[in-house]
Write a protein that binds this ligand. Structure first.
Ligand SMILES: Nc1ncnc2c1ncn2[C@@H]1O[C@H](COP(=O)(O)OP(=O)(O)O)[C@@H](O)[C@H]1O
Ligand SMILES: C=C(OP(=O)(O)O)C(=O)O
Ligand SMILES: [Ca+2]
Ligand SMILES: [Mn+2]
Length: 648
């Protein structure tokens, strides 16, 4: 190459012979697309049909087009979204309004018999995003919902807005002729009444809000892995966050199951971004979560916390299942290699999710189960784990489940790397991860198992006086089940900022529908029949109350749980504690013996005794309301249960 005056080498433009080309052009055949649009259209392969209604015509051998199929689907959704006072259904159309689809499928409009009542809402289209995949929901969230980000492990970080926990005081249940007699009302009950008319006002408010949007999300899914007692649910919501949350938390239908879906058994209208009207009767805040069992509907206004939906459906199951002689349980559940099943009851933050997720056992579920004559079944299709201070070392299975598809609520992450800081409580203490159950490597699919062998009652005792583990007789198990004691850990229920002693019947008073003794009688009957052993495990404080003592190490609790599963603890030597009369082991491998009796761990013995008596008094006071109830048909058991409380 010759050098020119400016110092740059002259480029050879002379053509080389074919065989002398050094740099081979090994690229593939160029794309066939003639335009960018055409190229983009090649990117997406057509998915199979996605229809909730069994195609009647094709059942008779007459083929129907995909367009007709989708029309039927939209008809069903249009009926769900119908205003009860105006036109029979909004104009719904499938697909994202921003994406230009060549053929927009529209539900055929119902014929008006009365004079047409044309309103602006009747003129507009509501776009339906039906059972979208996690990838599609990620895109929707990131494009449209502020606070949506992909974290470094691939999870979708979202913000639930002003509410970062449930609002139990804003829950309302319609009291009609049937429910007035069937449900538990009054003092201590979670069922705060509302009338049918007020429900309809809130329903209309939610439906109008949802239909005013450009697009709404619709999920058609199942509850309960027991095939004979499966419930079909439809969730209508305004946010991709809510749709992905329910996709993860409910049971996901196969394409065939979706095709046979038909009419849902229950529908949730989640208009959580929009408040209820304070001038509406029964409303005491701008949040309202309303259940109408007769209409099989639930309306959410004024809270975007996704946990309301899953726990709302749990309330429904607490009504429907006992009618079928099936016990609904606020418990985690897992199974050993030998088929031994354990239930983990406990209030929020006591360790149901943490302790049922056990690398050495099969996970059946972390939170909501049914116990029928055939064994146990999970109600849900996913888990909802607390993330505060989550560590890879202590909880590897939960850590690894936080990947693509998982909803990560209210966590804080590093701005650039999107690395989550699980210790950060800036948004809330109640940070959460919702993931499909199969994200846990040893999940038992289908999520069913035989009758439980161990029934573990978890209490996070902020007073630090309950032993780390006690073996319970049946009457004690019932006493503690009905009492449902724990110290609420900050955040899960709105307004709770530090642990406080709480009694919540059946370890889930916020979700039960019938009187607690109804569930207790069923549990006693099942435990007796199947020979299950009851245990009380304190996952809370040791060596002093909250503030002076410390929380019992998770590693110790795991050792205790291992010994329950293996049967080792059943064989241990026991002594009885004063006041509560609990049987506690004197020794347990892997756990320092002195912590097994809390009396040994408190530096100030008088303070211990005082605190023990104080908690005993709280138990007594709480149980007074149950003293006049019979538990099942067995009068002796009722007597024994009443006597199974603290003695002093
Ligand atoms: N000894 C212990 N046993 C169980 N959980 C513990 C213990 N010590 C700390 N924890 C923490 O307490 C929380 C329990 O929450 P979680 O398992 O989600 O409860 P639940 O499912 O009952 O609401 C987790 O964050 C867990 O790491
Ligand atoms: C979702 C909840 O469940 P838990 O805290 O029991 O896991 C809740 O109570 O809001
Ligand atoms: Ca949980
Ligand atoms: Mn729970």
């Amino acid at each position: 190459m010759a050098s020119h005056g400016n110092g740059l080498a002259k480029i050879e433009t002379q053509k080389m012979k074919e065989d002398k080309i050094i740099c081979h052009d090994d690229s593939a055949v160029p794309v066939t697309a003639q335009t960018e649009d055409e190229l983009h259209s090649l990117q997406k392969k057509k998915s199979g049909p996605n229809t909730p209604i069994k195609d009647i015509q094709s059942a008779f051998g007459i083929p129907t087009t995909e367009v007709e199929r989708q029309k039927q689907q939209l008809q069903s959704i249009s009926a769900s979204l119908a205003s009860l006072t105006r036109e029979t259904g909004p104009k719904v159309v499938k697909g994202d309004p921003r994406v230009e689809t060549p053929k927009l499928v529209q539900a055929s409009q119902p014929k008006h018999t009365a004079a047409p009542n044309i309103t602006d809402s009747a003129l507009k289209f509501t776009h339906i995003l039906y059972n979208l995949s996690p990838a599609e929901l990620y895109e929707q969230a990131i494009q449209n919902e502020k606070g949506s980000f992909i974290t470094s492990s691939g999870a979708l970080a979202t913000l639930s807005g002003a509410k970062t926990g449930r609002s139990p005081r804003d829950k309302r249940v319609v009291k009609d002729e049937t429910t007035a007699n069937e449900l538990w009302w009054g003092k201590g009950s979670p069922n705060i009444e509302m009338d049918e008319q007020t429900f309809l006002i809130n329903r209309e408010r939610a439906v109008d809000y949802l239909c005013s949007l450009e697009k709404v999300f619709v999920n058609d899914q199942f509850l309960n892995w027991d095939p004979n007692n499966r419930i079909k649910v439809r969730i209508v919501s305004a946010r991709a966050y809510h749709s992905l949350f329910m996709h993860n938390m409910c049971i996901r239908p196969t394409p065939e199951e979706l095709e046979n879906f038909g009419t849902p058994d229950f529908t949730i209208y989640n208009a959580g971004k929009f408040p209820c009207n304070r001038y509406t009767h029964y409303m005491t805040s701008s949040t309202s979560i309303d259940i109408n069992l007769a209409r099989r509907e639930m309306v959410i206004l004024g809270t975007q916390y996704a946990g309301e939906m899953k726990k709302g459906l749990f309330s429904l199951m607490h009504y429907l299942m006992p009618k079928r002689q099936i016990l609904s349980l606020h418990s985690g559940c897992n199974m050993g290699k030998e088929g031994d099943v354990a239930l983990f009851f406990g209030l929020s933050g006591t360790g149901k999710t943490t302790l049922s997720t056990d690398h050495n056992r099969y996970l059946i579920g972390d939170d909501e189960h049914c116990w029928s004559d055939h064994g146990v079944s999970n109600i849900e299709g996913g888990c909802y784990a607390k993330c505060i201070d989550l560590s890879r070392e202590k909880e590897p299975d939960i850590w690894n489940a936080i990947k693509f598809g998982t909803v990560l609520e209210n966590v804080v992450f590093e701005e650039r790397t999107r690395q989550v800081d699980y210790a950060d409580k800036s948004v809330t203490e109640n940070t959460r991860a919702a993931y499909p159950i199969e994200y846990i490597p040893n999940a038992k699919i289908p999520c069913v198992g035989p009758h439980p062998k161990n029934v573990i009652l978890l209490a996070c005792d902020a007073f630090g006086v309950l032993p780390p583990v006690s073996k319970l007789n049946l009457a004690q198990t019932m006493y503690h089940f009905i009492s449902g004691y724990t110290a609420l850990v900050a955040g899960t229920e709105d307004g709770i900022k530090e642990p406080t002693a709480t009694f919540s019947a059946c370890f889930g008073a916020a979700f039960i529908m019938l009187h607690p003794t109804k569930y207790a009688a069923m549990l006693a009957e099942k435990m007796q029949k199947h020979g299950a052993t009851g245990w009380l495990v304190n996952t809370g404080w040791s060596g002093g109350s909250y503030g002076s003592g410390g929380r019992i190490k998770l590693a110790y609790t795991r050792k205790i749980i291992d010994a329950i599963h293996s049967g080792e603890l059943l064989e241990a030597n026991y002594t009885k504690t004063e006041v509560f009369g609990l049987e506690i082991p004197t020794e347990l491998e892997g756990v320092p013996s002195q912590i097994l009796d809390p009396a040994n761990t408190w530096p100030d013995k008088n303070a211990y005794k005082e605190t023990l008596m104080k908690l005993g008094g709280l138990f007594r006071k709480n149980f007074e309301v149950f003293a006049n109830y019979k538990i099942g048909a067995d009068n002796n058991l009722t007597e024994e249960i009443l006597a199974a409380g603290p003695n002093f």
